[in-house]
Design a protein around this ligand. Structure first.
Ligand code: NDP
Length: 323
């Protein structure tokens, strides 16, 4: 079978299409025929070595949807031929993947695999950010950075479903239109406007209740000045580079702020939490309440092109690989 692997960390050119044996599922595992794999920034971080990997070569990709092809010993509750999706297991950029049964969730019948794959990592991230990390409700104003992005577009929609006011930041007019489509009430062009001054102006000088910051290096520190007193900074990504060290005293100086750096992994580690979050997200998508935007589909062999597109800031929505 074909799989994209990294033999040495580096730029997109290090992604290699290798031919390997089809793996056999061990106890508690399932062999999935991958129909679509999602491309995410975390894959870029493993490819570049920002997130270290223990072994070389290693397979890339953290989310996919497909069909159960074989069950390992002791797996119950799943059948060969069932359509499933997952996230958080390495090796999704491949024709087949071995996945622990506990990490598979059922895909609604009328949801195609590219959409199901696209929904898992970014969809459940937007879900936990808006419902668990800082549970939005009517009366709240949130600032969503990169509001036309993969997580950003879904987060705007879930924030609106929960009744919050949404201020979105974007870099271009085209992305502004997409963020508005996702429900952003206000748009700030953070590449040419002072987003702190604008956020203050849009909130009558008070500041926003919460910032969901996926951009990191360029937005984190100024963002602390765009929060209201006792506001919450959720730094969950680093599209522009990692956030540096922060002195706790800074949070006092900026107004008794709350700061958190959450990860999806810790919000789906219990099987019932994974089932609940994925069920809600996939159900909303199947019912048309949450709209996924697949920016582009690439053949598996063109994974490097997909990485270039994601890092090049040219995407607005999800990239998927089709084996
Ligand atoms: P996006 O679709 O948001 O793509 C990144 C966007 O960030 C760009 O389109 C761009 O939007 C903006 N951006 C701002 N500065 C830069 C820059 N210097 N280089 C590139 N892009 C920039 O990606 P995702 O939604 O997939 O992921 C966003 C971040 O969230 C990633 O860092 C990812 O790792 C993280 N993440 C974290 C999770 C968690 O649980 N903690 C889970 C999922 C994702 P614009 O042009 O409008 O500025």
């Amino acid at each position: 079978m074909k799989v994209i692997r990294v033999h040495q960390t580096g730029g997109p050119e290090v992604l290699r299409l290798d031919e390997v044996e089809v793996p056999s599922p061990k106890a508690g595992e399932v062999l999935v025929r991958v129909e679509a794999a999602g491309v995410n920034f975390i894959d870029v971080y493993f490819r570049t070595g920002l997130y270290p990997s223990r072994e070389l070569p290693f397979p890339l990709g953290q989310e996919a949807a497909g069909v159960v092809e074989a069950l390992g010993p002791g797996v119950t509750g799943l059948q060969v031929g069932a359509r499933v999706a997952y996230t958080g297991v390495r090796g999704a950029y491949a024709e087949r993947a071995v996945v622990p049964a506990a990490q598979l969730v059922p895909v609604p019948e009328d949801l195609p695999s590219p959409e199901a794959a696209a929904a898992m990592l970014q969809g459940m991230t937007a879900h936990y950010l808006a419902t668990t990390t800082f549970p939005l409700r009517p009366g709240h104003t949130c600032l969503v950075h990169a509001a036309a992005g993969g997580v950003g577009g879904l987060l705007c929609q879930i924030a609106k479903l929960r009744g919050a006011r949404v201020i979105g930041t974007v870099s271009t007019e085209e992305k502004a239109a997409l963020a508005r489509e996702s429900g952003a009430d206000e748009i700030i062009f953070y590449t040419r406007q002072d987003f702190v001054a604008e956020a203050k102006r849009l909130t009558g000088g008070e500041g926003v209740d919460v910032i969901y910051d996926s951009v990191g290096k360029t937005t984190f520190l100024p963002g602390l000045d765009a929060l209201k007193l006792r506001g919450t900074m959720v730094t969950f990504g680093q599209s522009s580079g990692p956030v540096g060290a922060v002195e706790p005293a800074l949070l006092n100086q900026k107004g008794s702020l709350f700061l958190t750096r959450p990860s999806l992994h810790h919000h789906i580690h219990l099987p019932e939490e994974l089932r609940q979050r994925s069920g809600e997200v996939l159900g909303w998508i199947a019912a048309g309440k949450l709209k996924l935007r697949i920016h582009r589909r690439f053949p598996l062999a063109e994974a490097a092109e997909a990485h270039r597109a994601l890092e090049g800031r040219g995407t607005s929505g999800k990239l998927v690989l089709l084996p």
